[in-house]
Ligand binder design. Structure first.
Ligand SMILES: [Zn+2]
Ligand SMILES: [Zn+2]
Length: 82
């Protein structure tokens, strides 16, 4: 038995958040990402911001120059989100 440091419940399994080090249960974070709910949500928001910024940049670049590396980066960020 482990105790979730987020909700305080005794659960069969906890993971340790790789960002803040808190032990969390299935209800309190993302097991597959090793991120608690707070850090996982923050990471998803920052990734979405990056995608938006990159898309804006690549649109601007298209009008001025030929294609840069931006479309590939967007693909990488999208696959990281999944
Ligand atoms: Zn919990
Ligand atoms: Zn965390």
């Amino acid at each position: 038995m482990s105790v979730c440091e987020v909700c305080g419940e005794e659960v069969a399994e906890t993971k340790t958040c790789r960002q803040c080090g808190v032990k969390f249960c299935k209800e309190c974070g993302y097991f597959e990402k090793h991120l608690c709910l707070d850090c996982g949500t923050a990471e998803e928001e920052s990734l979405e911001d990056q995608v938006e910024d990159t898309l804006e940049e690549s649109t601007e670049m298209e009008t001025e120059k030929t294609y840069g590396e931006e479309p590939e980066q967007v693909e990488e960020i999208k696959s990281a989100l999944e």
